[in-house]
Design a protein around this ligand. Structure first.
Ligand code: GUN
Length: 288
């Protein structure tokens, strides 16, 4: 039997509709729209696509999208000054500085400067710390999207063994913290992990976030494991055309897994839905 497909597009559409309904209530109660400021530095084409999608989703939810596009040679001081201005602007509920940043700018410095209570990306060290010790704060959008898909698929996650492949600050570490808070047994695997297939074979839940196309094979999986594929890798197919694939070898994995997210149409759409959800939560906390 092949795995059930976890439909991230449908889950994201449903979350976005819920947020839009809440935004309408917020607007009639407060007379203002939640505002999300998105800052793009330079012309990285993938980042430009993400920023456009984020702006579109923000407006579709009835919120205000405030876009700042800065040239690639923007100095760190100039970007920090813009962050300060957005921090003190009452119309701005959420601030997102698109990563990666050009080499002359220290991304950690910028992320640390964003007001933690407007940090809808959840990347500020204050929010990373809150997540680690179980305090309310902003949770990064892709990990939150993964958790929502897992809860919808499996219900209670307590006691399940989750293997997270990847240890980035944006996905691997926060997703591991979220699963720990759900009472999973969590293993974080990475490029130096020995005998990765044997580690993955223990997992009831696999979250793959390494950025290596088709790395996780079907025969690494425990029968009927739930697989969340965070990878978005552009590769050239046999026909010479470019296409998107995940970190999981979908064709072999779907023969073993119980449920699996496709790429595209799995985790990706949930990231933006969670971003607008975080922005609404920020507005409600500040002005609810
Ligand atoms: N670059 C890739 N993913 C993200 C994200 O979720 N937030 C930001 N700010 N930059 C990114």
């Amino acid at each position: 039997m092949t795995a059930r497909l976890i439909d991230g597009k449908a889950a994201a559409a449903s979350l976005r509709a819920t947020v839009a309904a809440e935004v309408a209530k917020f607007r009639s109660a407060t007379g203002r729209s939640p505002g999300l400021a998105v800052v793009l530095v330079g012309e990285d084409p993938a980042s430009a696509v993400y920023v456009r999608s984020k702006g579109k989703a923000t407006v579709e939810a009835g919120m205000q999208s405030i876009e700042h596009k800065l040239p690639a040679d923007t100095s760190e001081a100039e970007l920090l000054a813009l962050v300060d201005q957005l921090n003190s602007d009452p119309a701005v509920d959420g601030i997102l500085v698109q990563l990666p940043l050009p080499p002359q700018i220290d991304a950690n410095k910028v992320i640390t400067r964003i007001d933690p209570d407007k940090d809808v990306d959840g990347f500020n060290p204050v929010n990373a710390g809150r997540l680690a010790i179980g305090l309310p704060g902003f949770v990064p959008c892709t990990p939150l999207g993964c958790l929502k898909l897992l809860r919808a698929e499996l219900g209670d996650l307590a006691g399940k063994h989750a293997v997270v492949i990847g240890r980035s600050n944006i996905v691997g570490k926060p997703v591991a913290m979220l699963l720990l808070a759900e009472h999973c047994t969590v293993t974080i695997a990475h490029s130096r992990t020995r005998n990765l297939p044997a580690v993955v074979r223990q997992a009831d839940i696999v979250v793959a976030a390494v950025g290596r196309p088709n790395m996780v094979k079907g025969d690494w999986l425990k029968l009927h494991a739930t697989v969340i594929d965070v990878g978005i890798n552009r590769v050239e197919g046999d026909d010479g055309k470019s296409r998107l694939v995940g970190d999981v070898d979908f064709a072999s994995a779907r023969e073993i897994a119980g449920a699996i997210t496709p790429v595209p149409g799995g985790v990706g759409p949930m990231t933006i839905a969670c971003l607008i959800r975080n922005t609404l939560v920020s507005a409600a906390r500040r002005d609810g």
